[in-house]
Ligand binder design. Sequence first.
Ligand code: NAD
Ligand code: UDP
Length: 324
Amino acid sequence: MYVAVTGGAGFLGSHLCEALLGRGDRVLCLDNLSTGRLENLEVFFRSPRFEFREIDIADPAAMNVDRWAPDQVDVVVHLASPASPPDYQMMPLQTLAVGSRGTENALRLAARDGARFVLASTSEVYGDPAVHPQRETYWGNVNPIGPRSVYDEAKRFAEALTMAYHRSSGLDIGILRIFNTYGPRMRPQDGRVVSTFIAQALDGDPLTIYGDGTQTRSFCYVDDLVRGLVAMVDRTVTGPVNLGNPVEWTVTRLARAVLRLTGSRSAVEYRPLPIDDPTRRQPDIAVARSELGWEPAIGIDDGLRRTVEWFLSRRDESPRTDRP
Ligand code: NAD
Ligand code: UDP
C-alpha cells in the first residue's frame, strides 16, 4: 500500500511510519516540522519506500494536492496538528488552521484518489467530561472560548468535516479518538505530563504537579496505540473509535511511579491547575475491541520503564536542546 502520513515527523507519526515501512508499505511523510523533528525520521531515509516532503498542510497553496502528492495513494492518515497543550496554546491560529484547512486538504487528497482517510482525533473532543468513562456516544463538555478550545474545537470541526465528506461523497473514512499516549520520541520539553516528569526526575528538578494531583488520565504506550492506528488503516471501520489504555491514574500516582522508576530524589512542587484542565479521563474501549480487535497489551510500569530508558539513551547522545 502507498500511505500518506501528515504529521509523520512527530511522536505518533514517526512510530506509524516505522510500523508501515516495517511491513512493506510505501510511505509519503508530510510535515512542516513545527513540533516534529527530522531526527525522528533519520533511519527511514535509507528506505527506498520512504519519501518526505516538508509542507504546511494548512497552507492555502496545499489545496492543490497534485503539487505535494503526485502519485495515487491508497490511504491518508491525518495526524498533523500540535498536540501538547503548551504547543497548541503557543500556536493557536496554526492549530485551528491545521484542524480545519489542513484536514480539508488531506481529505481532498483522499477524495482525489478514492483513498481511505483516517483522522487522528482526540479524547479532548469530550472536554472536561460529565460522563465517565467516556464512550463514543458521549458528545462532550467543551468550553468553546477557553485556551484549550483552539485544539478541542479544531478536532471537533475536523470530525464534522470528515463525516461530511463521508456522507456527501461516500469517502471511506475512519475517526480515531486518541487518549493520552506516551513513549520514546516525545520531546523532553514538550510540556506533556509524562515527558515533563521523566525529564525533571532525571535532571533532579522538582516534579511540577498542576493542581492537587487528583485529576486523572489514562496513559497508553505508543506501541499499543500504533497497533490500533494500523488496524484502523487496514479496516473499513468508520467510527469514531476510542483508542487508549483504560487504566486510569491520578497525576500524583504518575509522579510517584516516575520517581520510583528513575530512582530520582526530586521533590514535588505544586503549581496552579491550568484553566479548563479536565478533571478525569478514561476511555471505554468496547468499540475498539469489537471493531478493531484491539486492546492495549503494555502496562504502564513497563511502558514508563521503556520510556525512561529511551530518555536516558538520548541524554547520552545529545545536550538538552529542544524546539519549539
Ligand atoms: P506531535 O506534535 O509530536 O506531532 C504532530 C506533527 O504534526 C509534528 O510533526 C508537526 O510538525 C506536524 N504538523 C503540525 N502542524 C502541521 C501542518 N500545518 N502541516 C504539516 N505538519 C504539521 O504530536 P503527536 O503526539 O504525535 O500527535 C499526533 C496526532 O495525534 C495529533 O493530531 C494529535 O492531535 C493526535 N493525538 C495525540 C495524542 C497523544 O497523546 N500523543 C492524543 C490524542 C490525539
Ligand atoms: N500536568 C502536571 N504537570 C505538568 C504537566 C501536566 O501536573 O508538568 C497535568 C495536567 O494539568 C493534566 C495532566 O497532567 O491534568 C495531563 O497533562 P498533559 O498536558 O500531558 O495532557 P492533557 O491535559 O492534554 O491530557
